[in-house]
Design a protein around this ligand. Structure first.
Ligand code: OAD
Length: 236
């Protein structure tokens, strides 16, 4: 591995689990406690925007208190070491950026942004005012969370960039994702077919294909060890 090695880290909710943010699947997962069709579909928003916003306000509160964990920090350090390191995330929590990563592709949007349902304009999510959890655009239309819901397409630019990056990488870390939700779950296979080595970091097995190395450990434990190992070899 040298300084110019092209490295991708594809992350999912598991990378933020040790920051206290619940994952989606599994026993404690959000989709075990809440119904997707009530909270994370365009139809749910049309039916009850206040319910949907209430849930995103609750999640903002939780995420707002969370700090990057050792996995986020190790990934930020990797970006410093390797000029060709890029992060592709399914997470909407912004913790990678909070840890210091700048080269981040967000596939599922960002919970701190809102989008006008009429104009499509994306702005920083306004804080809640009064009892109404729903924020409004200056044009008078409702704003929605700038996140991808079930049944919606991913932002085209982000997805295209992600495909470019995985097609061109030499090492692809797949960290903390159940690898069940497409198109994100298909990205490691694209990297594999392009000849990259795929390293999965996940305490549980996943259906991901093409993995060269499985590290069955929490990201907050595994990633600092991997970083130490890389730093020890002083890539030039
Ligand atoms: P999931 O909740 O589906 O999966 C989380 C994964 O993280 C599981 O495979 C866990 O085993 C693993 N995990 C748990 N703790 C971990 C830890 N400390 N370190 C490493 N791994 C750990 O979350 P995602 O795969 O991110 O989409 O879910 C993908 C998408 O489904 C999300 O972006 C969201 C969701 O519905 C939308 O909302 C569009």
């Amino acid at each position: 591995m040298n300084k110019d090695t092209r490295i991708i880290a594809l992350t999912g909710a598991g990378v933020s689990a040790e920051s206290g943010i619940p994952t989606f699947r599994g026993k404690e997962g959000l989709w075990n406690r809440y119904r997707v069709q009530d909270l994370a579909t365009p139809e749910a928003f049309t039916r009850a925007p206040d319910t949907v916003w209430e849930w995103y306000r609750y999640r903002q509160e939780l995420i707002g208190k969370a700090k990057p964990n050792p996995a986020h920090l190790a990934l930020a350090k990797m970006e410093e070491i390797f000029p060709e390191f890029y992060l592709i995330t399914q997470n909407i929590d912004g913790l990678h950026q909070k840890a210091g990563n700048k080269r981040v592709v967000e596939l599922h949007g960002n919970i701190w942004e809102a989008r006008c349902i009429a104009e499509g304009k994306i702005i920083e999510c306004p804080p809640r005012t009064g009892n109404d959890p729903v924020p409004y655009c200056t044009c008078g239309s409702m704003l929605r969370p700038n996140v991808v819901w079930f049944g919606e397409a991913l932002p085209v630019e982000a997805l295209e960039r992600a495909y470019q990056l995985v097609q061109d990488c030499e090492i692809c870390f797949v960290i903390g994702t159940s690898s069940l939700v497409y198109p994100a779950a298909g990205l490691p296979m694209v990297a594999f077919e392009a000849g990259a080595d795929i390293i999965e970091v996940n305490p549980a097995p996943s259906p991901a294909l093409g993995i060269s190395i499985h590290i069955r450990e929490k990201a907050g434990i595994a990633m600092p060890v991997i970083l130490d190992e890389i730093s020890r070899t002083k890539p030039v």
